[in-house]
Design a protein around this ligand. Sequence first.
Ligand code: SAH
Ligand code: SF4
Length: 435
Amino acid sequence: MNVHDSEKIAGIFSEAGYCETGGTDDADVIVLNTCSIREKAEQKFFSELGRLRKAKKNNPDLKIAVAGCIAQQKGKDLFRRFPYVDFVFGPDNIDILQNWVTRNTEHATPDMAGRTQAVALTDNPDYHVKNLPVKRAGRFRAWVSIIYGCNNFCAYCVVPYTRGRERSRPGKDIYNEVKSLAEQGFKEITLLGQNVNSYGRTFPEECDFPDLLRRIHDIDGIERIRFVTSHPRDFSEKLIKAMRDLPKVCEHLHLPLQSGSDKILHLMNRGYTYEDYKNKIDLLRNNIKDIAITTDIIVGFPGESEADFKQTATALAEIGFDGIFAFKYSRRPGTKALDLPGHVDEKVKSQRLSKVLELQESITYNKNKSLEGKVYEILTEGKSPTDGDRLTGRTRTNKIVNFYGEQDLIGSLVNVKILEAKPHSLYGEAVQTPH
Ligand code: SAH
Ligand code: SF4
């Protein structure tokens, strides 16, 4: 979501006549788009901002802006701690950059481009986030926002405080954006929201997430549709049917489990049990052949005993995810989990994280191995960043494959035979002409 927000920020600058520089030395403006989901992300930002003090000293005309979730949380505090910051704006206020940028170009005076902060969050479910210009990083795959904010208040999570209440984007705007992407040659779109399953909940007319998928599916030129993220509690049978019936919707689902212990899931305020989660996975696998499922896991949530942790390990073994993102629980300001008893020792968290990653590594490797000799459709994205002789792309199940093939395959769907699976990557060769 942050990456896509950065594309919007770049879009506004680009429209105002700015272009990207190779580094900070020749920049007129530097925007740090921040994430505060875990403490580590925050630390990274503060050390980066510290480094920019010198850049501002060398070039007093340089403007420094802080965007994203840390901007939202800290607001004016950032000006106090870092007097060389000129502009602070939250993820709900990216549109305000349009004013700032235009003023900046028309009258480049310190006053007009002076210190401003924009960190208002809206509670109004009818509030339409402005459609913003987007400068996309990719040429064939694009993100499309469909719902903003989050109402779930999971006990560990800062998102509802930094991105505000849930608001669905009008279906017409989404449709038009996807149509325009198709016209520009994009082949794959990923619909984006903290909980895409609650799309349309506040609309007067019936249009839920499966309905939206059906509408978008009709757009010629788009070959693949993905979405992140789904909340297990709201993941419905209707959606499973839509995924099954709509050929462009890819056979991949990211469904964050967080923990295999019902006690911890309850403390997290997730609204489902492990049994509920497993039943949904069974239904999904019975309906969609060979679907890849990935998840998020938090270890060391307050109150997590060794027995609770074992239940998470058991869940990983039982379900057999294609991949996981695993995190140590991180204290976040303002969240409910801060006040829970039984905070887990940092060392124990690290040990649990290592165990989870080790366990998953062998599961992923076995899954990868089982793909050897089979042929998959790949959307070719470009040259492999790690091996310039090969091309790279993804299967519909979202696995990255590096393969030998001609340059002119870039941007097309190609059938690739998997020759070798390694723990973290797949290698293959193109076996047919593109289609
Ligand atoms: N809206 C999405 C995910 C948002 S954040 C969802 O609900 O699934 C992405 C992931 O970061 C979460 O799934 C969770 O696993 C992790 N995360 C969020 N807050 C965290 C915290 N305080 N400490 C550790 N991990 C966290
Ligand atoms: Fe955070 Fe939970 Fe909302 Fe996801 S659903 S963004 S984890 S509060």
